[in-house]
Design a protein around this ligand. Sequence first.
Ligand code: 5GP
Ligand code: MN
Length: 346
Amino acid sequence: MATSHSYFKLHMENLSDLKKLLSIPKDIVITSHRNPDGDAIGSSLALYHFLNKDGHTVKVIFPSEYPDFVAWMPDAEKIIIYDVDVEGATNALQKADIIFALDYNSLDRIDKVGDIIAPLSCTKVMIDHHLYPENFADYIMSDPSSSSTCEMIYDFINQLDQTSKLDKTIGECLMTGILTDTGSFSYSTSPKLFNTVSELLKLGVEDYKLQDLLFNSLPEKNLRLLGHSLNNRMEILEEYKTGIIYLTRDDYDKYEIQRGDTEGIVNYLLKMKNVKFAAFITEQPNIVKLSLRSKGDFSVQEIAQKYFKGGGHKNASGGASFTSLRSTIKKIKEILPEYKEQLLKS
Ligand code: 5GP
Ligand code: MN
């Protein structure tokens, strides 16, 4: 496996070529990953508003719907969802001069949209902060040390010498991804991030207002679901410093769980002092989905990649299993002895 360092591309290579391309109005499509989160939609809409200002024709395409807690974002309603509008998404992609890939680094993260993009000969630009990028873009900016793709969009605009084009709307979009990907500055922070955030606040971004919109807007059923998850679906494996929460198909029906409703549940496991590794396992219609989290040096990226065809970051990764919920939970438990030593020392 390659080390992350061999992939670090903090500065866009051949930036001047891209700058030249962007100096004339273009048809641009911005794409992000399936089940888009705050960083996916925040970075996409920030870049959308920025490029729009420059006279480009810009469309944002997601493979699947975004969750309700980001529906307030300016122009969110204009986003084309491939699952809902296959023809509109396909036409826009085929017409594009430039396609941006934000907050993902392998085409399998965008489902069928990836099959459309792969053979296209237009210019492709990847801006992303996950480990181990695939080499599918002409321009790659990959910074796994960055808190979020939103932080990187700020860097990208800065590298284009265009920070004067930033405004409150773009700032709110960027702040959204920064807040969601850092858990409101609980992790992935750095001096550079706080400098960036300082610049966003100077644009008039109201951070408390955003915090309320993003984190204090849950419907009652989500709190009931959280209670159910913690009370009835949680297992703590003390000898491995591991916590598991799972949700069954019946739970999905009973609590009318939709995309985004389970966001954040996995993090509750890490609130226990002695839990270093948290697994949230959910029974989806065709697959079993895993959300993995860790504290400290323990890498869930390795487990996601090695055992669940997934990836992500050291402390937050995801993947899938193609067997039953029960055997996926069993598999996680069988993996633990291999990591026992690491878990106990971390
Ligand atoms: P979450 O658990 O919130 O769905 O995702 C946590 C992190 O892991 C995110 O950065 C996400 O991009 C990444 N991730 C989640 N699911 C997958 C997956 O199936 N494949 C890969 N490569 N990364 C994933
Ligand atoms: Mn992200």
